[in-house]
Design a protein around this ligand. Structure first.
Ligand SMILES: NC(=O)C1=CN([C@@H]2O[C@H](COP(=O)(O)OP(=O)(O)OC[C@H]3O[C@@H](n4cnc5c(N)ncnc54)[C@H](OP(=O)(O)O)[C@@H]3O)[C@@H](O)[C@H]2O)C=CC1
Ligand SMILES: Nc1nc(O)c(N)c(N[C@@H]2O[C@H](COP(=O)(O)O)[C@@H](O)[C@H]2O)n1
Length: 628
C-alpha cells in the first residue's frame, strides 16, 4: 500500500505519492517446451493416450499453462535454500526440465525418497490464503515464483496490461471454474475404426465468479501485490479441496516431472509421491493419479527410449502386484511390507538466522491491552489503537545516554516485544531512536505475524517521525536491508512541509517500498500534532500502532492531553538502575487546582506480570467511551 494524499477539513495535512518508477522487467515468463507423448511404458504396457481417465486437461498444452513463471527456477531456488539448511539434502538440484533431451544423471543408490516433495514453507496455509485472497497480499517476486506454481490449478490468466512506461504490469486471473465449459462438438468427424473415444468427463464450468489481479512492480525492492478485482464475488462457490481434485497444479506436476526424468517407473513415482500424502495434499496434489504420471514419463521416454525404467530405492516391481515396498531380509517374501510411517514433519523451513522462536509461555495477560481484531471493533475510530511499549530501568531510564542503545529486556521480554509487534500494523519511533539504534523494527518471531508468513504481509510498517529530514537514509540502514531481504516493510517517514528531502533519498525510499508522509498540522510548541500523524496513518489503513520511543516521543505522549488517543501502555521493567544522565521517561510534572504537585498520569486497569528477570506493567490510558 502506498500512502496517498489526504486533505483534512481543518488544516491542510499530508501529501503523498505514487511509487517510484521501476526498471523494465527482465523476467518475462518462458513458455514451456515439452515433446509430445508417445512411447511405451514397460511397467504398465502400452502408454495410454493422455488423460483417458481424468477430467483434467493435458498440462503440456500451451493454452493450459496458466503459470506465468519459470517453475524450475523457483523450485530449484527453494530446493537449494532447503538444502543449504539441511546437510542431509545436498543432492544436486534437477536440471531445467523444459528440455526433455536432458537425461538426468541417475541418483546415487540409496537416495532418500523423502526429498521428492520439497514444499516451500507453510505451503498449505499460503495456498489457502492465495485461494481466498480476502485482503490484498503483498509478496516479493521470488515468493511469487515459489508459490504461484502451486496455485495455478485454480487461477487462470486472462490478460496482461503493462503501464505506458513498462514499469508495472497487471495480470488478470479468474477462478478456473469461472471459465465456461467446452461443449463436445457435434460436428466432430467419426473416429477411425477400432479407435475408442476419449473418456472425458466435462468439468463443471461457469460456476464461480471470483477474479483477481496481480500487480508487479520492480524497484530496488520488487513487489507483487494480489488484489480482488472489482466485480469479483467475495468467495469461491467451491472449496480448495474440490479444485485440487479437479486439476493438478504446476508445482505438483514438477515433482512428477523430476522423478519421471530420472528414469523411474510411473507407478514407482506415483507410489513414492502418494506415500507422502500430507505433503502432497499440502501442495494441492490430492487428485494426482497414475495416469498423470504416465503421461509425463511417456514424453521423456520418447527422447530416451534406451533407458530401462526402474523403481525407487526401497521399492521393487513384483509381478501381479506392481510396485511395492521392497522386502527387507527379515521379512518373508510373501508378506506385504508393514505400513511405513510417513514423516509428518514439514520440509526444513529456510528461516532467517535471526528468527526468534514463538514464545512457549502464555502471553494472555497482554490481551486486554491489545488492539482487537477488526471484526470485534465496536466503534468506528478516528485514530488507530495506540500502544506505548518500551523497556525501562528501575529509575525510569530507557538508555544510558541519548544516541546509545541499551538492552533492558531479557530473552522472554524480547519475545514478548516481538509478539506485540506482530499484533500491530505499525511500529513508530522518533528519528533520535533511528539515529542511535539503527533498528530493524520488524517482527522476527517464527510463524504467523513474523517470519514464515507470506512475504511481508504480516509485518508491521515502521513509521519514523523526522520533521526536518535528519535521517540520511542509506541502503545499508537496517530498515531498508530488512525490506530488501523480504523480512519487513520499508518505513514511512513523517516529515514537515519544510523538510528538505534529497531527491535521491526520495527515490530510494520509494524504490524500497517506503514513502514520505508530509504533515502540516502543528501544536502550540510547533511540533507535528500527534492527532494529525495518527489520523493520516488511519487513512492509510493502519488500525494499530505500537510506539516504542524514544524518550522525547514517550514524554510527549504521556501528557494527559493525549489520554484520549493513547489506548494502553506496556512497560518492561528491568532490575537495574542506569543512573542519572540516561534518557528518562518522565512526562512534565502537573499541579492540581490548588497549585500542589500532582501525578502526571495514572494508568488504570493496571496489571504487573513477572517475565524472566523483567516485570511487565500493563495499563490503560484512554478511558472507555461513555455509553451513549
Ligand atoms: N528502552 C527502550 O525501550 C527504548 C529506548 N530508546 C532509546 O531512546 C533514545 C532516543 O530517544 P530520543 O533521543 O529522545 O529520540 P526520539 O526517538 O524520541 O526522537 C526524538 C525526535 O523525533 C522528532 N519528533 C518526535 N516527536 C515529534 C513531534 N511530535 N513533532 C515533530 N518531531 C518530533 C524530533 O526530531 P527533531 O529533533 O529533528 O525535530 C525529536 O527530536 C535512544 O538512546 C534509544 O536507544 C528508544 C526506543 C525504545
Ligand atoms: N523492548 C525493548 N527492550 C529493550 O531492551 C530495548 N533496547 C528496546 N529498544 C527498542 O527496540 C528497537 C530495536 O529494534 P530491532 O531489534 O532493531 O528491531 C530500538 O530501536 C528501540 O525502539 N526495546
Amino acid at each position: 500500500m502506498a500512502p496517498a494524499s489526504h486533505e483534512s477539513s481543518a488544516v491542510p495535512q499530508v501529501v503523498i505519492t505514487t511509487k517510484a518508477p521501476a526498471p523494465p522487467r527482465t523476467d518475462q515468463p518462458q513458455p514451456r517446451n515439452e515433446p509430445n507423448a508417445k512411447g511405451k511404458d514397460p511397467d504398465a504396457g502400452p502408454i495410454p493416450a493422455p488423460r483417458e481417465d481424468t477430467i483434467d486437461e493435458d498440462p503440456s498444452r500451451p493454452t493450459d499453462t496458466p503459470a506465468p513463471v519459470d517453475l524450475t527456477g523457483a523450485l530449484e531456488k527453494q530446493a537449494q535454500r532447503s538444502d543449504a539448511n539441511d546437510p542431509s539434502r545436498q543432492s544436486s538440484p534437477p536440471k531445467n526440465n523444459n528440455d526433455a533431451n536432458d537425461t538426468e544423471p541417475r541418483p546415487p543408490a540409496g537416495e532418500s525418497t523423502s526429498s521428492v516433495i520439497d514444499n516451500p514453507p507453510n505451503l498449505a496455509r499460503i495456498r489457502r490464503l492465495l485461494f481466498e485472497c480476502k485482503d490484498p497480499i503483498e509478496i516479493t517476486q521470488e515468493e511469487f515464483e515459489t508459490y504461484w506454481p502451486f496455485v495455478d490449478n485454480f487461477w487462470v490468466k486472462q490478460r496482461t496490461n503493462a503501464s505506458h512506461d513498462g514499469h508495472c504490469t497487471t495480470e488478470y486471473y479468474m477462478c478456473r471454474l469461472r471459465r465456461a465449459t467446452n461443449k463436445p462438438s457435434e460436428t466432430k468427424p467419426p473416429l477411425p475404426e477400432g479407435k475408442r473415444p476419449r473418456k472425458r468427463r466435462a468439468r463443471e464450468g461457469g460456476i464461480c465468479n471470483v477474479s483477481i489481479k496481480v500487480v508487479r512492480f520492480e524497484g530496488a525492492y520488487s513487489a507483487v501485490t494480489i488484489y480482488r478485482t472489482p466485480g469479483s464475488d467475495a468467495a469461491h462457490s467451491h472449496d480448495l479441496e474440490y479444485i485440487d481434485r479437479v486439476k493438478r497444479n504446476s508445482g505438483v506436476m514438477e515433482y512428477v516431472r523430476r522423478e519421471s526424468f530420472k528414469g523411474y517407473l510411473p507407478s514407482s513415482t506415483y507410489k513414492v509421491l502418494r506415500e507422502q500424502k500430507e505433503k502432497l495434499d499440502d501442495a494441492g496434489g490430492s487428485g494426482l493419479n497414475v495416469t498423470d504420471v504416465r503421461n509425463v514419463s511417456a514424453k521423456w521416454r520418447i527422447q530416451n527410449p534406451e533407458v530401462e525404467l526402474r523403481t525407487h530405492e526401497g521399492w521393487e516391481y513384483v509381478e501381479g502386484r506392481g510396485v511395492v515396498k521392497a522386502q527387507t531380509t527379515s521379512q518373508t517374501s510373501q508378506q506385504d511390507p508393514p505400513p511405513t510411517l510417513t514423516s509428518t514433519s514439514t520440509t526444513t523451513t529456510p528461516l532467517p538466522i535471526d528468527t526468534l522462536s514463538f514464545p512457549t509461555f502464555s502471553l494472555d495477560f497482554l490481551e486486554p491491552y491489545l488492539p482487537t481484531l477488526p471484526k470485534h471493533h465496536k466503534e468506528k475510530r478516528e485514530f488507530p489503537h495506540v500502544t506505548l511499549s518500551y523497556a525501562s530501568s528501575m529509575d525510569s531510564k530507557i538508555s544510558l545516554r541519548a544516541g546509545m542503545q541499551t538492552v533492558l529486556s531479557g530473552p522472554e521480554a524480547k519475545l514478548m516485544t516481538h509478539y506485540l509487534r506482530s499484533r500491530h500494523d505499525a511500529i513508530l519511533v522518533g528519528v533520535g531512536t533511528v539515529l542511535s539504534d539503527n533498528p530493524g523494527l520488524n517482527c522476527r518471531l517464527e510463524g504467523a505475524g513474523g517470519f514464515g508468513g507470506l512475504g511481508r504481509m504480516w509485518q508491521p510498517r515502521p513509521v519514523v517521525i523526522d520533521p526536518t529530514g535528519r535521517w540520511p537514509i542509506h541502503p545499508e540502514d537496517r530498515m531498508l536491508r530488512t525490506a530488501v531481504e523480504g523480512k519487513g516493510r520499508a518505513p514511512w517517514v513523517v516529515v514537515s512541509p519544510g523538510a528538505s528531502i534529497n531527491a535521491d533519498h526520495l527515490m530510494m525510499l520509494k524504490g524500497y517500498g517506503g514513502d514520505f508522509l508530509r504533515i502540516m498540522e502543528y501544536n502550540l510548541a510547533w511540533r507535528i500534532r500527534w492527532e494529525a500523524i495518527l489520523r493520516s496513518l488511519a487513512l492509510e489503513g493502519i488500525k494499530s500502532v505500537m510506539i516504542e520511543g524514544g524518550g522525547t516521543v514517550l514524554n510527549e505522549l504521556l501528557n494527559p492531553e493525549y489520554s484520549n488517543i493513547v489506548d494502553s501502555i506496556i512497560v518492561t521493567v528491568a532490575p537495574t538502575y542506569l543512573g542519572q544522565g540516561g534518557v528518562s521517561v518522565s512526562p512534565e510534572s502537573k499541579q492540581d487546582v490548588g497549585g500542589n504537585p500532582n501525578a502526571a498520569l495514572n494508568p488504570h486497569n493496571v496489571k504487573w506480570t513477572p517475565l524472566g528477570q523483567n516485570v511487565i506493567m500493563c495499563g490503560k490510558i484512554r478511558s472507555p467511551e461513555p455509553p451513549k
